[in-house]
Design a protein around this ligand. Sequence first.
Ligand code: ZN
Ligand code: ZN
Length: 258
Amino acid sequence: MASEWIVLGSGSILPRAGHGCAGYALRRDARKLVLFDCGPGTMRQLGELGFGVADIGAVVLSHFHPDHCWDLFALAFARRNPEVEAPHLELVGPAGLEALLERGAAVYPSRGWTRFENVSIREVDPAASGKTIELDGLKLGWCATLHAPEALAWRAELGGSISVTFSGDSGENPAVAALAQGSELFVCESSFPEERAMPHHLSPEGAGRMAQSAGVRRLLLTHFYPAMEPENARLRAALTFSGTIEVASDRSRHGLSS
Ligand SMILES: [Zn+2]
Ligand SMILES: [Zn+2]
């Protein structure tokens, strides 16, 4: 069976039908899911797709903004439920992850409701781009995006020359384009139209320029704020990128094959 990138949230923190907070799942055959970001609503969307808490083997975070990570604490609580046999979980993110988890656990100090158990925590240095780590058969590389001090983009090599690069939140950044070089799928935020561009966020035109310079095969546009209509984003990205453009919606699934 082929692997796939599953969109759990294609929007922002601002409520919008069909576009929830950032969350994605990488599914590979019989292996556990690897989540990339875990914003509010991620857990619910997993349920909509028929997945449960026991299916999650790892969470990889791009940065610590609430719309990208707050369901981590919902996951910690869900894993404590007596009906759940929670597998060992790997949590991977930028430096500061362990401190974030401690602060989350301290919300209910006497009960421990949001404290993780049976986990490994791995932090990476945003400045150490070029290094890689191994995660359940994946080779993960990263680079700093400058969106926030800790913010990262991630590249996952699945083997068989298939790779996915996830921008996290990023401005137009040559380091992110270099990380994405030759990827099968470049999952790229596309927050605002170019004329309303925000620093350290991308427009679809900017996402397209990065995808073009990276020579990726497919660009998946996501992270739409309310001002950004997804189909309009597709048209705009086509002005700057000549490859295949896909548009994320909540629970959209994007196959990965060689
Ligand atoms: Zn952010
Ligand atoms: Zn964001």
